[in-house]
Structures are given as C-alpha cells and as structure tokens.
Ligand binder design. Structure first.
Ligand code: HEM
Length: 316
C-alpha cells in the first residue's frame, strides 16, 4: 500500500472518531456501528488499512534487524528498533501475535500524537508571523545566523524562534480541549468536589486567553513575553499555566522532539522562501475571531493558503 492510502485512512479515522465526540445524539453512531453502515463502516475499513500498514512496517523492520545483526549500521536505529529490542528482552508476551499488536499500537500512537499536532502548530505559527512583520524579521535574523549544516545544538540557540513557537502554541494549542474521567471521588485543592465517573475537562485554548493567567495583553501575539529578564534567553512557563503539551505525569513525551521538528522546518523554509499568507495572516481584527474549525485538533478553517517567493539572497 502506498503512503497516500494510509494518510487518507488515518485522516478519515481521526475525523470520524472526533465526530463521535461532538455528536449531539451518541446513540446514532452506536446504531450505525452495530449495523455496520455509513461512517462507522468506513471507520472499520480505515482502521484495517492503518493496522495493515503498521504491520507492514514491523515486518520490514524485523527483516532489516536480521540484516543488521550481520552488517550493523547505526543509521537504522530508530524509535521502533528500541521498542522492538525492549519487547524481545524485557516484556513477556503470551504469544507472537500479542507482541505484534503491542508494537502496532506503539506505531499508531506515535503517528497519531506526532503527525498532525506539529503541522497544526506550524500552520498557526506561520499565520501569526505573517501578521506580525517585526517578529518575522527577528526570526529571519536569527535563522540566517545558522550554518546551512546546522546541528541539534545550533537549534537550541534559537531563543527568539523558541519564544515565537511557544507564543503561537499559547494562542493556538493544537489540542485545544482535553478530558479526563474521574476514577474515584475527590476534592480539588480549591475545594471543588468531583465524583467518581465525572468528566473533568480543561481548555488550553481558553487558558491561553485568560487575563487572570496571562495579563491584559493575553490576546496579542508577543513572543517577547517568553524572553523577560533582558538577556534574550527563552524562559519556559510553568506547565500548569501553559498546558499545550498537557501537564503532570502524562505530559507529551514528544515535546522536545516537536520543537526540534518545528525549528528545523522553520529554519529550512524561511532561509529559502518568503512565506506570504494569501489572507494576509493574523491581523488584529482576525485575531478577535480566528478562522479555526474544531475537531480533535484545532485546525485552520479551509487550510492555510500561502505563496512562496524564493529569497533573492544567500543568507550565509
Ligand atoms: C506541537 C506538537 C505537539 C503537541 C502540541 C502535543 C501535545 C500533546 C498533548 C496535549 C498530549 C496529552 C494528550 C492526552 O493525554 O490527552 C500529548 C501526549 C503525547 N504526545 Fe504529544 N504533542 C506534540 C507533538 C508530539 C510528537 C512530535 C510526539 C512524538 C513523536 C508526541 C508524542 C506524544 C505521546 C507518546 C503522548 C502520550 C503520553 C502519555 O500518555 O503518557 N507528541 N501530546
């Protein structure tokens, strides 16, 4: 199967699952599921495509590992290799099929967690930067100081870019609402009582726009708020104030990887191209009524249309 078949099945699955979440009458999708019709039939078919794709990855990785035992090559070592090594040496499974299903679920979890979250974050980032030319200039100044063969450590030196990405995630967190189910009765530190079986939701989107939390300029895009101290060095926020990556023991495992990915893409794109938003980017007026559409992720309505203009200079 080609990657596009998998990508379509993956997108369809996410869309159908999130439509269940927002369904006004949940009984409707449950009936469709039991009769195997409509969107629920499609969901079942899409899940099969995704599972087959993940099993194919495991099969080809296992083949490569066999080859690597004779001709070791460190470049073939990736996250899946690590999980495969752990499942062989440290985790016991009743049979081979349970082990394959475990690895399949790991692959799908990482694709689900890391694929659209990062691209959604970058969409809002470029939209915001387009509407704030002084930020665009400051980021460009910073990224053009890097050598074309920049390293992981070089990316860490991009303080302004890190601040701008964090500011963008504050205003447009890709996971805008999150939910937890209470497993037993509890009383929160502020005295709120929650009973077993209740859902406790929080909205990172709303929290990022609360004056009480971020001050009177909370609706403005100001990367500088992450650089207070006057030394130009990025200052992280308390995770409970900034829950774009969730917080506590189940915080996003890919947070650092996400910043590396986002910075790499921004550096690579901005050095080569001027990115011009067709709608002009985030003007003050549009910031009051942002063009979002709600699914599991906070996507931009209609996608983000841009023109790319090749830069007429070699930054180095
Ligand atoms: C800007 C990009 C990203 C954002 C905003 C983000 C956000 C989040 C959030 C809010 C959660 C908590 C979900 C929940 O428990 O309900 C989460 C969990 C997770 N994320 Fe990310 N994520 C991003 C990128 C990534 C990447 C690139 C990876 C890895 C490739 C990743 C891997 C994970 C994993 C494995 C979990 C589950 C952690 C656990 O339950 O213990 N994420 N992420």
């Amino acid at each position: 199967m080609d990657n596009s078949g998998f990508a379509k099945a993956f997108n369809d699955t996410v869309d159908i699952c999130s439509s269940r979440f927002f369904a006004p009458i949940p009984a409707v999708w449950r009936i469709k599921r039991s009769l195997n019709i409509g969107s629920e039939k499609k969901l079942k078919e899409s899940i099969k495509i995704i599972n087959d794709f993940a099993f194919e990855i495991i099969k080809s990785k296992a083949k490569q590992e066999q080859h690597d035992r004779i001709y070791p090559d460190w470049r073939n070592q990736d996250l899946l290799s690590r999980f495969m090594a752990k499942t062989s040496s440290e985790i016991e499974f009743d049979d081979e099929s349970k082990k394959r299903k475990f690895l399949r679920d790991i692959i799908i979890s990482f694709i689900l967690a890391g694929k659209d979250s990062t691209s959604t974050a970058l969409t809002w980032f470029f939209w915001l930067v387009n509407g704030h030319p002084h930020c665009d200039r400051l980021i460009l100044n910073e990224v053009t100081t890097l050598d074309p063969t920049f390293t992981y450590d070089d990316l860490k030196s991009l303080n302004y870019l890190h601040a701008a990405l964090s500011e963008s995630l504050r205003l447009f967190p890709p996971v805008p609402i999150n939910s937890r189910l209470t497993v037993s009765d509890d009383v929160w530190p502020d005295g709120t009582h929650v009973s077993k079986g209740w859902f406790a939701d929080y909205s990172a989107y709303a929290m990022g726009r609360m004056e009480k939390v971020w001050g009177p300029d909370c609706r403005e895009f100001k990367p500088e708020r992450w650089l207070h101290g006057g030394d130009g060095v990025f200052k992280p926020s308390d995770q409970f104030k900034f829950p774009a990556f969730h917080c506590g023991p189940r915080t996003c495992l890919g947070k650092d990887m996400a910043f590396v990915q986002m910075k790499t893409i921004v550096v690579a794109l901005m050095r080569e191209f001027e990115i011009i938003a067709v709608d002009g980017g985030a003007t003050a007026e549009k910031m009051m009524d942002p063009p979002y559409t709600l699914s599991l992720l906070l996507k931009m309505r209609g996608g983000f249309l841009v023109r790319l203009k090749k830069r007429g200079f070699n930054p180095n």
